[in-house]
Design a protein around this ligand. Structure first.
Ligand code: TYD
Length: 203
């Protein structure tokens, strides 16, 4: 039913958005029909929820945060992902971010997140994920330049989140490619491009 859902994951500052943008330019050049979205976001309502969640002033309960992320996903899924299912869909963060941040980072129930994701997505899963990994020593440095409310968290939190992402990738190794953010950008660009060629069958 879905053409292909390709996700760019990783902790804040890991380079996922940079590489997603390059990938989208590449698909455009190759005249492949695609859409590019981010989570939370992608629709008027979910961008509104994004602002609410990420604003520094809204010191929300972590359970409230979880529900808002999932509410935003529900909007994005129904209003953007489903209508564009015949196109390649590039997403900046998806299901794994919720497991990595809300479960591995904040300790909320994995089972509950699974159930609600299933309720929203009805079993739809990404076809492939590029997981961007920041070397431990760079975790804090990179993050300190950013500005949403998660950026105040300690390095230890991001370590837990990153370890969570890696655990998730081990459940289904064929569907993940780990991108080492320590490599030169150009090297990673070519690694990602090569995989996209295969996923999208570009000759
Ligand atoms: P991101 O788009 O990477 O932020 P920025 O624009 O600052 O690069 O993601 C926003 C934040 O939301 C990020 O810190 C991770 C968090 N997040 C969750 O905690 N759970 C989720 O399910 C999602 C989608 C994002």
């Amino acid at each position: 039913m879905f053409k292909k859902i390709i996700v760019f994951e990783g902790v804040d500052g890991s380079g996922k958005t940079y590489h997603l943008n390059l990938a989208s330019k590449y698909l455009k050049k190759k005249k492949i029909s695609f859409i590019k979205i981010r989570e939370p976001g992608g629709t008027k309502n979910s961008e509104y929820l994004r602002k609410l969640i990420l604003s520094d002033k809204s010191k929300m309960e972590k359970k409230t945060d979880l529900l808002l992320y999932l509410a935003a996903r529900c909007e994005t899924f129904n209003k953007v992902i489903i209508p564009n299912r015949k196109k390649i869909i590039l997403i900046d963060r998806f299901i794994d971010s919720t497991y990595a941040y809300q479960h591995y980072g904040f300790g909320l129930s994995m089972n509950l997140i699974k159930k609600i994701n299933n309720f929203i997505l009805g079993g739809v899963k990404p076809n492939f994920t590029f997981l961007h990994i920041l070397p431990e020593k760079k975790l804090k440095k990179k993050i300190s330049g950013k500005k949403n409310k998660y950026d105040k968290f300690k390095k230890n939190f991001y370590l837990k989140v990153q370890k969570g992402f890696i655990k998730l990738s081990k459940n289904n190794k064929k569907k993940y490619l780990l991108i080492n953010s320590n490599n030169k950008k150009k090297v990673n660009q070519l690694i990602i491009r090569d995989k996209i060629d295969k996923l999208v069958k570009i000759k």
